[in-house]
Write a protein that binds this ligand. Structure first.
Ligand code: ADP
Ligand code: ASP
Ligand code: MG
Length: 420
């Protein structure tokens, strides 16, 4: 007997028919005698629709009320799945965040889980009851509903797995694992059987939305074994039944559990980037501080920074990237500091994409970046900015070349799967 968390995403719960299919997956595990907590997302599109409604009601809305509205999507699926399971003869009960309680900090719209009172859930295991938990939501210090940021039900699942000391946390989604690149844009992408927490963390934070970044962080800290698998497989097929050696899917685990280490494991892209260029800034000490100081104080995260070589020794152009949502705010901040900074022109643009190659093998192999630059140069794709860390190289390019660049890099690192 194992204790497990099963998390289902929005596409897997898109309508009552899909919910019935999910219920069969849950029934399989419950009937095998496992203690099961299920975490559900909202039906696909439901959260987007709720977000739109809050903006329609008022462009500048109270974040606490935003959470009250957008958290409701998960209440619907939790109840529907409990009803469906009961219909299949499986004892099941739905739980909202505050009922458990999943305690969070007070950052509405992007709250962090601080504590989970899992005693009640564990007590119900004794009666063979499956707990269906509404993902994405919690309760803040002032007892108000909070939400955990987009994609946050992955975080609910991992946090619950840590709280109940689950043997496994299975993330069921619309792909059968983590791929070497987003299979929607790179047809040759292949499934990765095992990936380290560190690589998965980079993949997620650099744009691979298959797992929420924070959920991977939590899994790494609490040593939760994460298995990404497909909800679309036949719930009763032999391959769907496994205990500790899954046949399919991707296991996210410690690096030392991975035998075959790749130099580059995967490629990710993020369109959520914007570029800001200050034309003709004075090339003298203190200018960078006058630009990035006010941005930091405004809570804007600057990612890539490029300063051109000065032609005349007096002026230079400076380019940096910020999250697309923060572009207007960043431009405002720079405009208000124009006198102190001193520049000729300010240009903002959103038609850029950040493409990254990720792999723990980079620590011990040289030439990874060079391969990337050559592959892009061969296709005449211009690199506008570069950043590197120990296990990744990222470049900023024109967003028109997203697919081409992802495919070309995938081939350049020998990642194309033979059957892709
Ligand atoms: P869910 O609703 O189940 O949470 P998401 O839409 O959040 O599902 O995440 C699954 C999607 O992530 C896939 O459909 C796929 O297009 C996308 N994706 C991006 N990068 C990758 C990758 N490297 N491997 C697998 N899927 C990826
Ligand atoms: N329903 C939420 C969202 O769309 C949470 C999730 O799906 O994980 O962001
Ligand atoms: Mg998701």
């Amino acid at each position: 007997m194992a204790r497990l968390v099963m998390k289902f995403g929005g596409t897997s719960l898109a309508d009552v028919g899909r919910i019935a299919h999910v219920a069969r997956h849950v029934k399989r595990e419950a009937q095998a005698g496992h203690e099961v907590v299920v975490v559900v997302s909202a039906m696909s599109g439901a959260t987007d629709a709720l977000v739109r409604l809050t903006s329609e009601a008022s462009a500048l809305h109270d974040a606490r009320e935003y959470d009250v509205v957008v958290a409701t999507g998960e209440q619907v699926t939790a109840g529907l799945l409990a009803i469906t399971l009961q219909g299949l003869g499986v004892s099941a009960r739905s739980w909202l965040g505050w009922q458990i309680a999943i305690r969070t900090d007070g950052t509405h719209g992007g709250a962090r889980i601080t504590d989970i009172e899992a005693g009640d859930l564990i007590a119900r295991f004794a009666d063979g009851q499956v707990a269906i938990v509404a993902g994405f939501q919690g309760v803040g210090p002032d007892n108000r509903v909070t939400t955990l940021g987009r994609g946050g039900s992955d975080g609910s699942a991992v946090a619950l797995a840590a709280a109940i000391q689950a043997d496994r946390c299975d993330i069921y989604t619309d792909v059968d694992g983590v791929y070497t690149a987003d299979p929607r844009i790179v047809p040759g992408a292949g499934r990765i059987a095992r990936i380290s927490y560190e690589e998965m963390l980079e993949m997620a934070s650099l744009g691979a939305r298959v797992l929420q970044t924070r959920s991977v962080e939590m899994a790494m800290v609490h040593q939760v074994r994460l298995q990404v698998r497909s909800s679309f497989e036949d719930p009763e097929a032999p391959a769907s039944r496994y205990d500790h050696q899954p046949a399919a899917g991707t296991l996210v685990c410690d690096e030392d559990e991975i035998v075959e280490k790749q130099i580059v494991s995967g490629i990710a892209y993020s369109k959520d980037e914007a570029k800001v260029t200050l034309v003709k800034v004075a090339d003298k000490p203190g200018v960078a501080a006058r630009i990035f100081g006010p941005l930091a104080r405004a809570g804007i995260n600057v990612d890539m920074i490029v300063q051109n070589v000065s032609d005349d020794g007096k002026h230079t152009d400076l380019t940096f990237t910020v999250p697309e949502n923060d572009l207007d705010k960043a431009l405002d901040v720079i405009r208000s500091a124009r006198k102190e900074i001193g520049y000729n022109d300010l240009v903002g643009s959103t038609n850029v994409v950040k493409i990254s190659v990720i792999g723990i093998g980079m620590r011990s192999h040289a030439g990874v970046a060079a391969t990337m630059f050559k592959a892009l140069a061969d296709k005449a794709i211009n690199i506008q900015a570069i950043t590197t860390s120990e296990i990744k190289v990222s470049v900023l390019i024109d967003s028109d070349y997203t697919e081409l660049a992802a495919r070309v890099l995938h081939t350049a690192y020998g990642l194309d799967s033979p059957d892709g």
